[in-house]
Design a protein around this ligand. Structure first.
Ligand code: DX5
Ligand code: ZN
Length: 216
């Protein structure tokens, strides 16, 4: 079954507890948390304390997306704070295999993300070791950007590679996804679909997520 992962930091930061309740009631399958460091991406969000706080406010699994340089420095903190899936960027990590193994040893599910300009072949050697590939469909850093349509070919090609290699790796797609284009993303082969402004900038999260689920 395909899953919807609302990107919680696109919600009302003044009242995260209420947002978590609303999003649960609306049918969220995972909570996506974007961690940005102002170096790997031009924006800064928060550290692992926000992950702990969110963990204490929900029983929905946490899907933590680290957009930080040298993410291996903080893997332990993020897993201990409650990340169920911990995704790091291929572009920000030199010893990717070591970092992925550490995520698994600590008890979380390892994911690796790639930017729009990174080819999926950059994942060839790591694919056997990870549970999830995150294909960015915007340049990471901000919510509310336009979906890059070339990402659909990357999703389709990744799906073919995973099938050919007989792996169970999940494909997650993140950036610019809304009710109107979610079917394209799902039909290309995504398993987990992230949406920030596509959910939180609508008036009725439940209606939006229901409409999304009808289309995937
Ligand atoms: C982008 C983040 C996304 C973002 C999604 O850097 O990784 O998760 O919050 O927001 P939308 O869906 O508005 O593009
Ligand atoms: Zn994200």
């Amino acid at each position: 079954m395909k899953k919807i992962a609302p990107s919680i930091l696109s919600g009302n930061l003044l009242n995260l507890a209420a947002e978590l309740e609303l999003i649960k009631e609306a049918g969220a399958d995972l909570i996506h948390i974007d961690i940005m460091d102002g170096i790997f991406v031009p924006n800064i969000t928060a550290g692992w304390d926000i992950v702990s706080a969110i963990k204490s406010g929900t029983d929905i699994p946490l899907d933590v997306h680290l957009m930080i340089d040298k993410p291996e420095r903080y893997i332990e903190e993020f897993v201990k704070s409650g990340a169920d899936i911990l995704t790091i960027h291929q572009e920000g990590c030199i010893h990717l295999h070591r970092a992925v193994e550490k995520i698994r040893e600590l008890g979380a599910s390892p994911g690796v993300a790639i930017n729009p300009s990174t080819p999926i072949s950059a994942l060839d050697e790591i694919l056997d070791y990870i549970d999830l590939v995150l294909i960015m469909s915007v340049n990471p850093g901000f919510s509310g950007q336009e979906f890059i349509y070339g990402s659909l070919f990357k999703i389709e090609n990744m799906r073919k590679i995973i099938a050919k290699r007989e792996l169970e790796t999940l494909i997650e797609v993140d950036g610019g996804i809304k009710v109107l284009n979610i079917a394209d993303v799902a039909n290309s082969g995504a398993n987990i679909i992230v949406s920030g402004s596509g959910i939180f900038k609508t008036d009725d999260y439940k209606k939006t997520i229901m409409e999304m689920k009808e289309r995937i």
